[in-house]
Design a protein around this ligand. Sequence first.
Ligand SMILES: Nc1ncnc2c1ncn2[C@@H]1O[C@H](COP(=O)(O)OP(=O)(O)OP(=O)(O)O)[C@@H](O)[C@H]1O
Ligand SMILES: [Mg+2]
Length: 357
Amino acid sequence: MGGLFNDILGSGETLFKNDVALDFSFVPKLIPYREREQRTIAGCIKPLFNEKSGKNVFIYGQPGVGKTVALTKILEELQEETDEIIPVYINCWKHNTTYKIVIEICDMMDFKFVQNKKTEELFRWIKQNLNKKSVVFVFDEADKLEDFDFLYMILEEIYRKTIILINNYKDWIFELEDRIKSRLMPEIIEFKPYNYEETKGILKQRVEWAFVPNVLGNDAFELIAKKTFEMQDIRTGLYLMKQAGLIAEDKSSRKITLEHAQHALDKIKDFSIKSPEELAADEKLILDLVRQNSGKRIGDFFKIYQQSGGKLVYKSFQRKIDKLQKNRFIVVEKIAGGNEGNTTIIKDVSEKKLTEF
Ligand SMILES: Nc1ncnc2c1ncn2[C@@H]1O[C@H](COP(=O)(O)OP(=O)(O)OP(=O)(O)O)[C@@H](O)[C@H]1O
Ligand SMILES: [Mg+2]
């Protein structure tokens, strides 16, 4: 019988050393291949150390290229370095209006008496307290913002600061209202997708954190790395490694094999879609309509969708739009200001390519 069960995983055993290391929100010790970008950003913050105002920054780049993680790291280091510069990180997807942002900042600063208070009142409190020190504001996923009054308020009334805005689209910054644009004058930094070697390097680092040594086979890793590079989104690799590990465990295997990785790849369809053939019928209808009507507002576009026989209610329709955007079939642009307030424009991704790349 000797050795017969060696390849079988015992019921209490696991292939993962620390599966948290594959979570999208995990912040590794080192953020390789972004040193140059981080140094530029640090340079913009540096004047704050001498009680001067910093430079503002606009960061753009595709999903999953390390924008959030690079900035998280900078804020962490800043916090370790000094008490004189306050880091304020806001995810604008969660906090998408001036009121919500002001509430969130109060919350961060442990100010409890926010109830029944107006935005202006709360901001006055924030201002008094933040102006005792310097501040680095990071507004991540800024394309989700519904209004920009908070930006104007910060630009005008917080003295020593660096404002960092992050989003997926370069154009966004040029479409901001003039009164904000002219005060912001940001340094513009692009986070380009990683090349194949860099993609592999990042995933390798995670393998060491996440798995028991030597369980992830080399050919399985290569397949996952290749797919990740193709998708240009590190999250693809993290997801695939986690799934492959779970599939191997499910089969009580002590190794994660090529077959397990392949199986994980088949699952990816729910997570990220590669070809239009794999879209569900309503998604396909929406995509076809976007291609015929690129550049329309979301509201007008919804009408066209209904006239073309689309059955989804507006909320579900919006979710489909989000999904198509996430998978980079279409481009969704928020445009601030204008006669009718904020508008959301839907564009065909191939049109964007022609004009911008
Ligand atoms: N250079 C890197 N080193 C280590 N991990 C990285 C690196 N770049 C990206 N990652 C990891 O990839 C995942 C996606 O990165 P991140 O969340 O920073 O993307 P993003 O550019 O902010 O994308 P989005 O535009 O969708 O918000 C995260 O789990 C992150 O830790
Ligand atoms: Mg991000």
